[in-house]
Write a protein that binds this ligand. Structure first.
Ligand code: 13P
Ligand code: SF4
Length: 306
């Protein structure tokens, strides 16, 4: 088995040889984030994939993220090093289920969180991420919207908009598990700490937060807050860069279950092997892509909140 140093050396050569750009989501393993050309939230990474001049994008994340890159940049080869890295929330609604919901609400625009499949995006009017959800909902020219698939993000957005909202009953199996009791315990153990959380957390947890934001929003908040201790309500992969960027601050995970098993599948070795063999390529049938790209591009025209 190759050592980490050998893998890092081979990766450097392969990235150059293949004209590849390696991007990693903020929840990826430390070794993967460390080796990446860019880390970021799902919105920043989709944009970076589309803007890059490289021929190949190695997308270290989960399937819907690589698929979004394939939708936005069809001329590039998009590699998802672990083709089995999915997102249970994205799998909670199918295109067939969405079609049924649309029939029940003629004329009501569908706002799809990017954590959805390409065929679901193709049936939606506009996409959003946690970094722009309220702005996207407000940008829609309609009194009401139907939001999919995350009930928690939808509930959070519904409190910030005058639009009438209905939503699908999906959720993130990782974030939804965090409980108010765990947050209270962390607050008790760390007096003076602030609590920041992702809007995929349950409403009774979101209510306790000093700040609610996307994963990238957390880096900004951690730098700007005067607090020295920050309780973090999201997947623990975020700690890698939070600690690196803020060596003088303490970060506390309120629960040991804040781990997304799918995000943790990709190892440095998987990245090297997929690039060496040019395997695990994600593509989207052109007929679906053309419809899905419209939803993603409408989203990209809306400025991010943080
Ligand atoms: P971000 O858009 O904040 O990166 O979140 C994506 C995600 O899957 C959160 O669970
Ligand atoms: Fe999906 Fe949740 Fe994992 Fe994000 S953390 S990829 S929403 S399962």
């Amino acid at each position: 088995m190759a050592s980490k140093d050998e893998l890092r050396a081979e990766l450097k050569v392969l990235l150059k040889e293949r004209d590849a750009f390696m991007i990693a989501h903020n929840y990826q393993r430390d070794e993967v984030q460390e080796a990446a050309d860019l880390t970021g939230d799902s919105l920043a990474l989709s944009q970076a994939a589309a803007d890059s001049n490289a021929k190949v994008i190695v997308f270290c994340g989960v399937h819907f993220m690589a698929e979004s890159a394939a939708i936005l940049a069809p001329e590039k080869t998009i590699i998802l090093p672990r083709i089995d890295a999915g997102c249970p929330m994205a799998d909670m609604i199918t295109a067939e289920q969405l079609a049924v919901e649309k029939e029940k609400r003629p004329g009501v625009p569908v706002v799809a969180y990017v954590n959805t499949s390409a065929s679901v995006k193709a049936l939606s009017d506009i996409c959003c991420t946690s970094a722009n959800a309220a702005r996207v909902v407000d940008s829609v020219e309609s009194e009401s919207v139907y939001m999919i698939p995350d009930r928690n993000l939808s509930m959070y957005v519904s409190k910030q908009t005058d639009k009438k909202m209905e939503w699908w009953d999906g959720f993130c199996v990782t974030h939804d598990m965090l409980t108010p009791a765990e947050v209270f315990k962390a607050k008790e153990e760390h007096p003076g700490a602030v609590f920041v959380c992702h809007p995929e957390c349950a409403p009774d947890v979101v209510e306790l937060a000093d700040y609610v934001c996307s994963t990238s929003g957390m880096y900004k908040y951690a730098k700007e807050t005067e607090a020295k201790t920050i309780i973090v309500g999201t997947e623990m992969g975020i700690l890698y860069r939070l600690k690196l960027d803020n060596p003088d601050k303490e970060f506390v995970m309120p629960s040991e279950s804040l781990i997304c098993p799918n995000m943790k599948l990709t190892t440095l070795e998987d990245v090297v092997v997929s690039l060496r063999e040019m395997k695990n390529i994600v593509s989207v049938p052109e007929e679906i892509r053309l419809k899905a790209v419209a939803s993603l591009e409408r989203m990209l025209a809306v400025p991010r909140e943080y």
